[in-house]
Design a protein around this ligand. Structure first.
Ligand SMILES: C[S@@+](CC[C@H](N)C(=O)[O-])C[C@H]1O[C@@H](n2cnc3c(N)ncnc32)[C@H](O)[C@@H]1O
Length: 240
């Protein structure tokens, strides 16, 4: 098994996200997923939308997605040009935080605007960075190298620990994963660099790219946005 298999074992999405995106895409003509990974979401969306296309910058993940039978290209979501428009453009599971500067984020959003059909919708979700939430609502274990899950990898059982390192002033954070084998001393460390934004910045960021936020909730079941919510789920469309 390779690094991307390990990634797929750890990053299995969030409760209710597949059902939410399936509902958001059900019956539409065309869906584009930016940062589709190895096709976790794409497999379900392909069943409910007439045309699904995923793109991912990581060619191995794109190949894994293709092996699972979904249509996927290896491309950068900042600069892709497909010369067609989509009814839904989706970015599940923090993918927007993979854009590490505001310039890249705006370029990606402008690209989304160019690929969105007239009545189309951009739909995405991102976690709320820990320090933006009220400290009392954050369990200590999540802040301090907390155990996340157990996985079966290379025929062994591994414990996965996650910690978040906030890089001050830049909106940047690194999410560190430590994978520790239970039966020997083997340890695999990985890091996912991210750049977060707060929900109050979103209308302006989307506006710079000619998009308008049409809804924001604090989860996949229409929860209200509050200081305590761990995730925001956003819909946007073309500004009129
Ligand atoms: C957190 S994963 C989400 C995967 C998938 N959407 C899901 O819900 O399971 C983010 C994905 O975005 C991809 N990615 C990061 N930067 C990208 C970029 N600039 N262009 C395209 N894909 C990118 C990563 O390779 C990764 O597979």
């Amino acid at each position: 098994m390779k690094e991307n298999d390990l990634y797929s074992l750890v990053h299995t999405g969030n409760e209710g996200d597949i059902e939410f995106y399936v509902r958001a895409c059900e019956g539409v003509e065309s869906v584009l997923e930016l940062g589709c990974g190895s096709g976790r979401m794409g497999c379900s969306i392909s069943r409910v939308a007439k045309n699904y296309l995923g793109i991912d910058i990581n060619w191995e993940r794109a190949r894994l997605a293709t092996d699972r039978g979904i249509v996927c290209y290896c491309a950068d979501m900042v600069g892709f040009q497909l010369n067609r428009r989509f009814d839904r453009i989706i970015m599940p599971c923090n993918t927007m935080y993979c854009l590490l500067s505001e310039d890249k984020l705006i370029s990606c959003l402008e690209n989304i605007r160019q690929h969105l059909a007239k009545n189309g919708e951009l739909v995405f979700d991102v976690f709320v960075a820990y320090h933006q939430r009220m400290a009392s609502h954050i369990s200590k274990s999540r802040r301090d190298n907390g155990w996340v899950k157990e996985i079966h990898y290379k025929n062994k059982v591994w414990d996965v620990y996650e910690s978040v390192e906030i890089l001050s002033g830049s909106g940047r954070l690194d999410v560190h994963y430590s994978h520790r084998c239970r039966s020997n001393d083997e340890k695999i460390e990985t890091k996912i660099p991210q750049r977060y934004f707060s929900h109050s910045e979103l209308p302006q960021l989307l506006g710079k790219a000619g998009l308008i936020m049409t809804s924001i909730t604090g989860g996949f079941r229409n929860e209200l946005v509050s200081d305590a919510c761990e995730r925001i789920v956003v819909r946007a469309s073309l500004s009129r």
